[in-house]
Design a protein around this ligand. Structure first.
Ligand code: ZN
Length: 418
């Protein structure tokens, strides 16, 4: 997905201010433009194109789509049993099929109601209980319109999730198995890349990830666990933090390729983290595209400080070395399907691969914008086959000499539970 950060205008309700000297006719023009932002859309009302909710284990997300940027009045965050966002002066039109009342009832959000009065339009969200929320806007980009997003926490969910992950870690220790965190790329509002006939990367990745977990669980001594279990957004850092909390031994992120630079492109490739930039521009573009998932999902940008602090960490070096071995093993087994050309093992700066706790790889299964490969990717049989091939690659990685599990006492190198 591409996020266009260079958009201008009154997106998010903020009028751009420039400290340049303006005079005469230009000043009038600038004033008129600024005024048109301050008094949004008095002539042509924005249209509410859609409302939807994305329930996730720890939260629920409500999204409003608009034909044009709108300015809301209301808290950006807080804790309460309900939330009202006023759109002053905005007499919204409703798009086709958009209701004034959306019943959500996912035990976090009860309902969403659109009301109108002389002052404008109000978006009223009733929560199931008093809880914390965060509101932000997402600019229009490519095929997505301007959006207001409300993230609502599920009360008690964070503690329950900690307990669940701790239980997975304890069961792993007790059973002496190797735990593989399987990460289905994208999800929820972040659809990932799109292919012909409406095939979405987020759905393909979840299908392949579920198949991979099922295949891993058939191999004695190996257990697979998903980092994302449904159609909801998970920030990139949270994905490997989930794996760390369940004490995973490996991290495999599943994606579909779609670089524009490569046109329709073809083939499969497996990446591990590069600390020094990508091997070529196309790979750098691909990593930027995948890393944009957080922008699509509304995660605030922050400095990438962890990379600097751990640059010389021995754990990092060990994890990278093993990541390369894992990438080679997975590609060897993916390449057995001659319908997919092997593009090789590569390195780039993928944000999701930055844990030092375990070897991490990102599999770009095939090109979703290539009609022939998209047809394969959306087939359940092909997703099962990919799951089987990656699982076999994981198993043969664990059989390599010298693979010692993190945290092991040295007595489980290649034989425990197998
Ligand atoms: Zn992706």
């Amino acid at each position: 997905m591409r996020t266009d950060s260079a958009r201008t205008g009154c997106v998010g309700g903020r009028v751009p201010v420039r400290a340049s000297r303006v005079c005469g006719a230009n000043a009038t023009l600038v004033f008129a433009l600024a005024l048109s932002c301050l008094l949004p859309h008095a002539a042509a009302a924005a249209t509410l194109l859609g409302m939807r909710s994305w329930p996730a284990p720890a939260s629920s997300r409500v999204v409003f789509d608009f034909s044009d940027p709108v300015t809301y009045a209301g808290p950006d965050s807080g804790s309460s049993p309900s939330l009202t966002l006023a759109l002053p002066g905005e007499h919204l039109a409703l798009g086709p099929g958009v209701p004034v009342l959306l019943g959500v009832r996912d035990s976090v959000v009860d309902s969403v109601r659109v009301t109108f009065d002389d002052a404008g339009t109000r978006l009223e969200i009733a929560f199931s209980d008093t809880t914390t929320f965060r509101v932000f806007t997402l600019a229009a980009e490519e095929d997505k319109p301007f959006r207001i997003v409300v993230d609502v926490s599920r009360p008690g969910a964070e503690a329950a999730e900690e307990k669940r992950l701790a239980a997975i870690a304890a069961a792993k220790r007790a059973a002496r198995v190797r735990l593989v965190a399987v990460d289905a790329g994208h999800g929820g509002e972040d659809t990932g890349a799109r292919g012909p006939h409406g095939v979405l990367e987020k759905n393909v990745t979840l299908g392949v990830a579920k198949a991979l977990v099922a295949e891993l669980n058939r191999i004695p001594g190996i257990q697979g666990v998903l980092t994302r279990r449904g159609d909801y957004f998970v920030p990139l850092r949270e994905r490997y933090h989930i794996a760390e909390r369940m004490k995973a031994d490996l991290f495999v992120s599943v994606h579909c390729n779609s670089s524009r630079r490569r046109g329709s492109g073809n083939g499969t490739e497996v990446f591990f983290l590069s600390l020094h930039g990508a091997s070529d521009q196309a790979d750098a573009d691909l990593a930027n595209l995948e890393n944009a998932a957080d922008l699509v999902g509304g995660v605030p940008a922050r400095a990438d400080d962890d990379l600097v602090n751990i640059l010389y960490d021995v754990k990092r070096a060990a994890a990278l070395e093993k990541s390369q071995l894992l990438a080679e093993s997975l590609l060897d087994h993916l390449a057995t399907d001659h319908r997919l050309e092997s593009r090789g093992v590569k390195q780039a700066g993928f944000a999701v691969l930055k844990s030092v706790e375990f070897p991490s790889v990102l599999v770009e299964t095939a090109f979703i914008n290539n009609p022939a490969e998209a047809k394969l990717l959306r087939s359940a049989n092909f997703q099962l086959q990919l799951g089987r091939q990656i699982a076999t690659g994981v198993a043969s990685y664990f059989e390599r000499p010298g693979i010692i599990l993190p945290g092991s006492s040295g007595d489980s190198t290649g034989k425990s539970g197998r």
